[in-house]
Design a protein around this ligand. Structure first.
Ligand SMILES: Nc1nc2c(ncn2[C@@H]2O[C@H](COP(=O)(O)OP(=O)(O)OP(=O)(O)O)[C@@H](O)[C@H]2O)c(=O)[nH]1
Ligand SMILES: [Mg+2]
Length: 223
């Protein structure tokens, strides 16, 4: 047990180093990097499809997709004319910084204004792996139940933005939005909660405005 803990600590320390290399690279290129984390099927790719379609002609976007198997998600993004690279983890439940570095080299992604990294669908494993991102976004769909922030506190306290997705389904499922806001707020008082439906477009403007503001902020700080 002790040996396992030591190995995990070493892996995390090595990941931190690699993430810093990535962070410097993204600082040089002025790229805003967003790490999207959720359980499988919460709507990450659908949100990205809605996002990159709307930002077309305004900002250059690129996407790294992380999955255990298939190129499905990268294909969905590429179908919209946006560069995407699929990383296959072959079983691992999260992406790490080394995979992202390699993905950038091998995927031939152009330098972009915003790089979205869609992590492997999982609310636990990706939480502690820094990918050199500017911020993490946790996506929680209304069909998953309104107790998830308190059941998975680590990701909800680390993610600067919580997107409550599939809001169009709210009339059909028991989901107490106020209770979720309170849970997220108690775990992360500075966190932002957005309520979004990628299907109807509800809340998408606020999400896009947040991305624009974060990109402006990053470039202002760097001068
Ligand atoms: N009603 C509704 N369905 C949605 C919405 N967003 C996504 N979906 C559906 O939810 C399912 C999963 O969506 P994805 O975008 O593939 O979810 P994901 O989080 O990328 O899934 P993984 O990559 O497998 O973890 C699909 O059937 C989508 O059509 C939404 O806003 N409203
Ligand atoms: Mg997906």
């Amino acid at each position: 047990m002790k040996k396992m803990v030591t190995v995990k600590r070493r892996a995390l320390a090595a990941n931190e180093e690699q993430a810093e290399v990535l962070r410097k690279r993204f600082a040089r290129s002025g790229t805003l990097v967003v790490n999207l984390i959720s359980s499988p099927g919460s709507g990450k790719t659908t949100l990205l499809e809605a996002t990159v379609s709307r930002l077309r002609g305004e900002l250059d976007c690129a996407v790294i997709e992380g999955d255990v198997a298939t190129e499905n998600d990268a294909d969905r993004i590429r179908a919209l004319g946006v560069p995407a690279h699929q990383i296959l983890t072959g079983g691992s439940c999260h992406l790490d910084a080394r995979q992202v570095e390699r993905g950038l080299e091998e995927g031939g992604l152009p330098v972009s204004d915003i790089l979205f990294i869609e992590n492997v669908g999982n609310l636990i494993c990706p939480t502690t792996y820094d990918l050199g991102e500017d911020f993490k976004v946790v996506v929680l769909s209304v069909t998953e139940g309104d107790d998830k922030p308190v059941k998975y506190p680590a990701i909800f306290s680390r993610a600067e933005v919580a997107v409550i997705s599939k809001s169009d389904l709210l009339p059909h499922v028991p989901f107490d939005l106020d209770a979720v806001r309170l849970q997220v707020n108690s775990l992360n008082p500075d966190g932002v909660v957005l309520v979004v439906s990628a299907t109807t477009g509800e809340g998408i403007d606020g999400w896009l405005e947040l991305l624009r503001e974060r990109l402006r902020g990053k470039r202002r700080v760097q001068g």
